[in-house]
Write a protein that binds this ligand. Structure first.
Ligand code: FBP
Length: 549
């Protein structure tokens, strides 16, 4: 296969590992852990994997001789830069433990385990994918692993291939499923360990022990490069308002990080909208007010960042979506029979009065998008909702009212963008290449130590890689009970933007200035070769969070 010059140069990059993982390791056990909330219920549901200690690997002088074993790996959910390096690190870790060890990859996500679709990942295959973006080495998928029948079906192929450990690389939902699977296999004495790895560009799988999910760094740097380019275009032509929707299903971490990197005129943070109980009209009025202020200074241009999950954080919309989720989960078959032209009316008739009023007020397109199929985890597919257009059109309407009242006298020409898929498979930054390789290598060490129900954890990430701390965190520690598909379920708690956290505070202290003046920053493309301050910087979010600890 023909390769670009950068691909060839990148293939030779040797990712950095934490010092403790460069030779033989031994485990230092922390105190017993408990879940972040709902301890009694979680403990009851996970009797075998609850309360385990957190683990840290430290250097050892004794060689780690381990018997031959086989492992399996699954990529689950949305792509995130660095997934291939997790697999490469896992492969190298397994081979370090015993060169006879084998690694199998299940194809197209968790479905590959259930349907027995797999390949053996040989050194030749792995070498083709080192330091590359994408998940195409084995593909990904969103099949939810939650039924005992699926676990048993999976066990058949694991036994057939003599696989005694499975690594699931995924986001909060997939790691929740990894934990359920670990518990089940422990309970039936299946002889299969399950280890999770924290993946998602959304950056919402993090907590006191997991500093960031992989892929967030690269994706934000790719988006920030393009936002910077748009800002420069915008500041050159001085005639457009750019409404840019940023991926991130729920939390606004991506929008916030990109705002810190590029200093746009406006960035909406969904979590703040919810905390202030803002209505859609209030959000629109705020944007329109900034457009008017800039116009009064002769600046009929600007950039607005909008997190894709915004709609679910506007309290009235949140209530509506929550009722719609329950309603559609219980009436899917009947709804599917309704003619498209009658669906809106059908929904209005079946919702409670308040929600029906909100639903009826929505533009046709958005109303339809809210009833589209949920993803397998029951989430609304917010990436399909054109929030940027909804806001842009509402701002235009508001500005024409303001014009009539003499409060605005400018030109408003909006342009719309959505940055999501173009960042998910980018070649990983040095940070993600190193972090992912370490996560995978570390997962192999957890397997070697006989652990199950743990998430691979690499900490101290704003220090140079040799000072990173490697270990394992019991997945049950991250769990609480939440309503899903109309039922209470144990799930990993999603990390939303904290309004008292350092990244939001830094943003809030500067945003009024960014709104008025034109203070754009142009980050430029990710650099792989050159000085460490250009190539190896962690995200601003991570730097601010770690500095505030
Ligand atoms: P994960 O949580 O699985 O990592 O996926 C994140 C994400 O990229 C979201 O930002 C986005 O809303 C969603 O996936 C899009 O899903 P799909 O890839 O199915 O279109």
């Amino acid at each position: 296969m023909k390769k670009s010059a950068l691909q060839i140069a990148r293939a030779a990059y040797q990712p950095k590992l934490p010092k403790a993982l460069r030779g033989a390791v031994k485990i230092s056990e922390g105190a017993a852990t408990q879940s972040v909330a709902d301890q009694e219920e979680i403990q009851k549901l996970f009797p075998n994997t609850y309360g385990l200690p957190s683990l840290t690997f430290v250097e050892s002088t004794e060689a780690n001789n381990s018997p031959v074993m086989n492992a399996g790996v699954i990529l689950s959910g949305g792509q995130a830069p660095g997934g291939h390096n997790v697999i490469a690190g896992l492969f190298d870790g397994l081979k370090t433990m015993n060169p006879e060890n084998k690694l199998y990859g299940f194809l197209l996500g968790p479905g590959g385990l259930v349907d027995h679709n797999y390949i053996e990942l040989t050194a030749e295959i792995i070498d083709e994918y080192r330091n590359t973006g994408g998940f195409d080495i084995i593909g990904s998928g969103r099949t939810k692993l939650e039924e005992t029948a699926q676990f048993d079906k999976g066990l058949e192929i694991l036994k057939k291939l003599s696989i005694s450990a499975l690594v699931i690389i995924g986001g909060d939902d997939s790691n929740t499923n990894a934990c359920v699977l670990a518990e089940y296999y422990a309970q039936i004495n299946a002889g299969v360990q399950v280890i999770g790895c924290p993946k998602t560009i959304d950056g919402d799988l993090k907590n006191s022990e997991i500093e960031t999910s992989f892929g967030f760094d690269t994706a934000c740097k790719v988006y920030s490069e393009v936002i910077g380019n748009i800002e420069r275009d915008c500041n050159s032509a001085k005639k457009y308002w750019h409404f840019i929707k940023m991926m991130g299903r729920s939390a606004s971490h991506i929008a916030l990080e990109c705002a810190l990197q590029t200093q746009p005129n406006i960035c909406i943070i969904s979590e703040e909208v919810e905390a202030k109980n803002l209505t859609l009209d209030e959000v629109v009025n705020q944007i329109a007010a900034t457009v008017a202020t800039r116009a009064a200074n002769g600046d009929n241009f600007g950039t607005v960042l909008i997190p894709e999950g915004l709609i679910e954080f506007i309290p009235a919309m949140k209530n509506l979506i929550s009722e719609l989720n329950d309603f559609l989960a219980h009436n899917a078959a009947e709804f599917a029979m309704i003619k498209k032209s009658a669906q809106r009316e059908y929904i209005i008739q079946h919702l409670s009065a308040d929600n029906a009023t909100v639903y009826a007020s929505l533009p046709e397109g958005v109303a339809r998008q809210l009833t589209l199929d949920r993803d397998p985890h029951g989430n609304v597919q917010v990436s399909l909702i054109e929030t940027e257009k909804l806001l842009g059109e509402m701002v235009a309407r508001r500005l024409s009212e303001m014009k009539k009242d003499g409060q605005y006298n400018g030109k408003f020409a909006p342009l719309y963008h959505f940055f999501g898929y173009e960042g998910r498979c980018a070649a990983p930054s040095n940070f993600d290449a190193d972090y992912c390789y370490s996560l995978g290598f570390n997962a192999a060490m957890l397997i070697g130590a006989g652990k199950t129900g743990y998430m691979s954890s690499i900490k101290n990430l704003t220090s140079p890689a040799d000072q990173w701390i490697a270990g394992g965190i019991p997945i049950t520690m991250m769990m609480n009970m939440e309503r899903r598909h109309g039922e209470m379920k144990p799930v990993i708690q999603k990390a939303l933007v904290k309004l008292d956290g350092a990244p939001f505070k830094a943003f809030a202290s500067m945003r009024d200035e960014w709104a008025k003046s034109t203070a754009y920053i142009y980050p430029g493309p990710i650099q792989y070769f050159g000085p460490a301050e250009v190539c190896d910087q962690a995200t601003i979010t991570l730097q601010l969070e770690n500095a505030s600890k």
